[in-house]
Design a protein around this ligand. Sequence first.
Ligand code: ADP
Length: 499
Amino acid sequence: MSATSGPPEGTPRRESVLQRRLSLGDMLDVASFTEVVRSFSELYRVGIKVLDTRGTKLADVKVGHGDFCSYVFSFPDGRARCTATVARVKDGPVAPVHGARTAVGEGTDDAGIIALPCFTGLRYLVMPVRWEGDPLGRVILGPFTPEELHDLPPSLTDIQGVDLARAHELMARVRRAPERTAAQVLTHFGQVLGALVASGQRAYLTTQLHIEAMLETHRELELHNAKLAQANTRLKELDRLKSTFLGTVSHELRTPLASIIGYSEMLAEGLAGALNPEQLLYVRTIVEKGESLLNLISSILDLSQIEAGKLRLVIAPVDLGGVIQTAVSSVAPQAQRKGVEVEVRLPHGPQPRLTADADKLRQVMVNLLANAVKFTSSGGRVSVVMSEVGAQSEVGGQGYRVFVEDTGVGIRSDQFEHIFQSFYQVDGSSTREHGGAGLGLAIVKSLVEGHGGRVSVESEFGRGSRFTVVLPLRPPLPEHGLLTAVAPAPETPPGQDRF
Ligand code: ADP
């Protein structure tokens, strides 16, 4: 048995979306956002980049300036200056510092739009993206050619190797616009982006909260499952201990009880001197009660062995009719005393033999017959009917069907599924009329199923009951049900398979 400490742990709880700072990418459906940026860029013929605070690009559309920038970039000096400009635009502060100034135009101050010159004379506008006061990233518009630019600036012309005519020609493909107009386009884009972020954030939060709720439910289920698994292991352990305890106690009780019965029988037979009639009556009562007690203890022992998986079937060809006859003869005295008639109907002619454990099948029949006699009052009748061999759907093959019927008290249908449980009695009160411990049918069920068979009950309350046992001609392979079978020995004597 293993000791456990503390409650079982499920999946660790993760930080809620409500506690986390969302990134711009979380709030935008990047694919459709890219489409919006593309159509915007194409409409105004100017490049637009959108970056989050970590510099991750969410959209990047180049329009017009590609050839010019590549040309400049192809010169070592141009490459160095270009890299410095791009670094300032992408990673530098979105504030009028480090070579930037507030862009010209209406509302640019409020929107925080800055203008950044490129050494080529082109220009970028950069606008911060904020949500509820938190920075989420930036939008870069450009480069575009400022309307006032006519001559190439010295920072471009002094780059070694640059062909000015070519540079002019390529620059002409870059959108020329007044800074004020570019700033207006950017402000407009900022409004569209704001609307997209607002709806994206709502959708993202809803989805994430839904996922979180599902995960939380899943986590709770995991915890419950782990607790159930622990409880289950503990119950199995307790059940095993109970079976072991019952087995040990029954075994220890059986030996002295057998001596009590044996000595009482010797007294009753007069081996220790003649007894007077009253003494004889007492001694016979001791024998009778001792035997019922021994039966009870044997049942407990059998059941504990079945539950512990220790019972073995010793199988051999069995004449089922003969087994039934022996079982009937062992309950006959009891039936006679009660005035209950017992009738046996076996098939005519010889029948194929079953491969089974004869002792265990006898025990099945005795338990069913003893119950039938016990629950039938004087003048009633008990019948045992055995079918001819034939196909039995319950066991999926050839086999026999045995009915044990009585005209006794009957069983209510709501009790059918309970009566096969161990220690269950329909009348569980201490004042009940009939003796027993509620083990007989549990043993019947285990033994029949151990043979690959089935047992069932039908009854009309107050009019009688019928138990049906279906047995296959051969039991299935070992390890069936509760019974541990023993593999056949290599040189098995005929008629004595062990499994
Ligand atoms: P026990 O007979 O020792 O009480 P069983 O396991 O054999 O235990 O039976 C369980 C219960 O099923 C009985 O207590 C009884 O209530 C009911 N039962 C079994 N057989 C019959 C029967 N033939 N007629 C009526 N009730 C029955």
